[in-house]
Ligand binder design. Sequence first.
Ligand code: UDP
Ligand code: MN
Length: 277
Amino acid sequence: MIYYVTPTYPRPEQVPELTRLAHTLMHVPRIHWIIADDQPLCSDVVLNILRRTNLPFTHISSPKPFLYKGTNFPRGVSNRRAAVAWLQENVSDGILYFGDDDNTVDLELFDEIRNTKKVSMFPVGLIGGYGVSSPVVKNGKVAGFFDSWPGSRTFPVDMAGFAVNMKFLKPSASMPYIAGHEEDKFLVSLDLKMEDIEPLADNCTKILVWHTKTAKYKKPTVKINLKQFDGEPKFQNFVNLLKETSRLGMASIESNNGTKPYIIRDRKSYETLTGLQ
Ligand code: UDP
Ligand code: MN
């Protein structure tokens, strides 16, 4: 079993990104998706996506500590820690992989990581100033790392660049709240040695996972008083569309705040009620 650990948080891109990832994971046999939600309560929109996959899943609420609400805070750490704690309590066999909600994964990656004995590593595309972050392999063993940000790290790798056998997940395993050092300190806490690392993806020559980033969309506020449509059943489809847009976190609908919307008909713009008549 592969335990695919995904930290996530609400934003306009969350549902499309999780939908895309779900549709990748649905092609993978023997996978258990652990989504750790950066929220005080597990969100219904995330739960709906998980249910629709028909995959075995675990949905954990794991909000970041209030201290880390500023800038350059470590992203997704409380969530990954919660997932690791859950695994330590509930699972003894299988493979742990940290896959963020915005990454892109080739299905071949799963065949590769499934046989991890201790810790396997492989290249991740679209990282930093080299276009890739990867171990460098010499005579079948990891001899060093190619990553544009050394950061005095023993294991300068991306979160998506390694997998761990649950047998190697010691009780000492811990991920620090230090931006940029989460991966390295986590691997060091496993007491990992260079010679333990199993290079995958044809001796780290193939790229099977990418650190893709979706352009940030600023959530708009639309000024529209939904009450004005009460008792107008013929407008219910439109009202339901607005409610769905708001439920999925893509816009806020407010009655006395935001951009004034129009309905377009025959190339003319009309105020909503008039436009829908
Ligand atoms: N994340 C989170 N809470 C936050 C910010 C990010 O749980 O406040 C998650 C996010 O959903 C993603 C991971 O942490 O799965 C890494 O975040 P992001 O993709 O924003 O960082 P980057 O890839 O740019 O380092
Ligand atoms: Mn990301």
